[in-house]
Write a protein that binds this ligand. Sequence first.
Ligand code: FES
Length: 173
Amino acid sequence: MLMTDRERLAGEIKALAEKHGNCRTALIPIVQEIKQKYRKVDDFAMQVIADQLGIHPVEVYSVVSFYAFLGSAAHGKYIIRLCRTISCDMQGKERVMRQMENDLGIRFGETTADGKFSLEWANCMGMCDQGPAMLVNEKVYTHVTPEKVHEILEECRRSFGVHATEQKEVYLV
Ligand code: FES
């Protein structure tokens, strides 16, 4: 019997879930890969993803909608998107925001003069129970603290070969 398109898609989602750990943190990578391949994530795919990860389809929908908002305007090499929706807000997104602005010397909505970093706001990305959550390009970070901001930026800078002492050793609280 020939495999239907739906069966094939469900199989791909299952394989992706296994590849990314079969848990909630696999949500964004799965959505990204399905979107990249099929240019969309339809209702059926959202349901399969939800079933596979044991989460509510609404959570999948919120991530899919979030990705629909990501524009293609000129940005820095690293686009940092911090969630500003209520759960992340209540879990300390403000402190993370201030640390990031302090370290980079720019405000949200801006790009550093060297074109390396952009700071943007994001809406809920389905990581509400692990907030504050943010994305650096495609990579998801959860439970972000001001101290972690420092490490994350350093990780990005290292990939540019920029010496870490260029950063400010300040943690805002
Ligand atoms: S509220 Fe931030 S990920 Fe949902």
